[in-house]
Design a protein around this ligand. Structure first.
Ligand SMILES: *Cc1c(COP(=O)(O)O)cnc(C)c1O
Length: 492
């Protein structure tokens, strides 16, 4: 399997795109073609998941995409990432019904930092370690986080001798729990910046540093954000794993409801769908930052300037420019990389108004989207999410976090309007304990502390205050990475 940029150019191996992150032309790497999964294969995977667990399924799915790592190695890496001790169960992503509503919660948050991102990042950490050791080199992971990616990445990369992590966080925009998870990490190879800005500013800084080819090469800059194709592939696994637990036949079409920020999680369901997973509707849920809901409703993609991004009670979705949208558009234009490059470079250079974007409302490719890909979108307000949290608790005894509530709200709304059918698998993307204030506002009590996080909020914290300025980030990193040059390689 080879990978290519959404903006054209030559193809590359998985192990190269794993370390490179964003392609040199500014595009995102995508698999050249999607592997095909038949109902018979689904039937055998159902048995595999039941008998051998998630790790075995992950191995079977990932080997379709990752062909340049020896199969036995890949099996070893998936077995170590998806261990019962890391994810509390062999199934890793169990599902439970929401009463008799026809909605199922897919529990994706049983990893070390209580968000779904752990599932992909635990694998990514092991893939990095394998590949960096093989090449005898090191990597600086540079990322932006709205709260969950950063901690998932740091918990997954902690202790890897060949990896250093620099994470840009939006100052005072994360919840106390998210902030404590990141800022309490005490590891000489990990640094957190508190940037004077919002998540989109942090993401733009990462892009700016990545577009400096010399800086990128000198300091071995790589990515853990959802632009890294390995994350996408690891997430494809649980689209299958959750479907296999709910489907009553090998061809039953099931809808998925996914709270969306950077369009990464939902894109992995889209990929599974393109591979042959029987997906009915793909329900995209946003919060007040509804750029994507607007795009799928109208065909007009209009990202907003950073200052217009609302700080909401579902902060991991407070994103205006969803980087993974480009991968979906690439499928929408049937892999026409010229067209895709044109849409996104024009979007970036501001030819469609100051904040960029594009208008596909009259384009055949957009008009047929629902039929071909099944995406249907909705938004939620703070009040909607509070009401959903309260309703789930009162009617079903289920405690859900505000992101999961965004997905459940939109799914319920579309169900009531008759626009989608059950069964629906709703992704639970984080545990309520990460968002205690909002749970308290909805229910009048705090979510019970999960034992493994006891004492977290009391730990000492530290972060580097940073201006929203690429040059300042660069010079800070340059001196940090130069000082640490003796730390990374040469450990066996
Ligand atoms: C990251 C995140 C999301 C959004 O996922 P994307 O892949 O960025 O669309 C939703 N909920 C939670 C809890 C998250 O951490």
């Amino acid at each position: 399997m080879r990978y290519q940029s959404t903006r054209g150019g030559s193809t590359a191996n998985f192990s190269d795109v794993l370390l490179e992150g964003l392609a040199a032309d500014g595009g995102l790497y995508v698999p050249e073609k999607y592997p095909v999964v038949t109902p018979a294969l689904l039937a055998s995977w159902r048995v595999l998941l039941a008998e051998q667990g998630y790790a075995a399924l992950a191995h079977q799915i990932l080997r379709l995409f990752i062909t340049d790592i020896p199969d036995a190695e890949l099996a070893r890496l998936t077995a170590s990432a998806y261990h019962e001790q890391v994810f509390a169960s062999r199934v890793v992503t169990p599902v439970t019904p929401v009463g008799d509503t026809g909605i199922w919660l897919a529990h994706l948050s049983n990893g070390p930092t209580a968000a779904f991102k752990d599932i992909a990042l635990q694998m990514l950490g092991r893939l990095f370690d394998y590949e960096l050791t093989r090449r005898d080199t090191w990597l600086t992971v540079l990322g932006a986080t709205s709260g969950d990616t950063g901690s998932s990445a740091e918990y997954a990369m902690r202790g890897l001798a060949r990896v250093k992590v620099a994470m840009l966080t939006p100052h005072a925009r994360m919840t106390p729990f998210q902030q404590a998870q990141m800022y309490s990490i005490d590891d000489p190879r990990i640094v957190n910046f508190a940037v004077a800005g919002v998540f989109d500013d942090c993401q733009d800084l990462v892009k700016a540093l990545n577009s400096d080819a010399e800086f990128k090469a000198t300091y071995h800059i790589g990515a853990v954000n959802s632009i890294n194709v390995a994350r996408l592939l690891a997430q494809v696994v649980y689209a299958f794993a959750t479907w296999l637990q709910v489907a009553e036949s090998d061809t039953q079409r099931i809808s998925f409801a996914v709270p969306t920020g950077n369009f990464g999680d939902i894109l992995s369901v889209h990929v599974a769908h393109q591979m042959g997973l029987p997906v009915d509707a793909l329900i995209l849920a946003t919060n007040e930052n509804n750029v994507l809901q607007e795009f799928f409703a109208t065909g007009v993609y209009r990202p907003r300037p950073a200052h217009a991004v609302h700080a909401t009670s579902s902060p991991s979705m407070d994103i205006s420019k969803a980087s993974n949208l480009e991968r979906f558009i690439w499928d929408l234009v049937d892999g026409d990389s010229q067209r895709s490059a044109q849409l996104f470079t024009h979007s970036d250079d501001g030819s469609f108004g100051v904040t960029g974007g594009f208008d596909l409302s009259h384009d055949e490719i957009f008009v047929t989207q629902r039929e071909r890909f099944g995406i249907v979108a909705g938004a939620s307000s703070h009040t909607d999410r509070l009401a959903t949290i309260a309703r789930m608790w009162r009617e079903h005894g289920l405690l859900i976090d505000p992101h999961t509530a965004a997905g459940v709200h939109v799914a319920a709304q579309l169900l009531a309007k008759g626009e989608v059918r059950t069964p629906i698998i709703a992704y639970e993307t984080a545990l309520p304990v990460k968002f205690a204030n909002t749970i308290c506002e909805a229910l009048g009590f705090e979510p019970p502390t999960v034992e493994r996080f006891a004492g977290l909020l009391q730990k000492p914290q530290h972060a580097i205050a940073m201006a929203n300025d690429a040059n300042q980030v660069k010079s800070w990193l340059a001196s940090w990475l130069t000082d640490h040059q003796s730390v990374p390689p040469h450990t066996h």
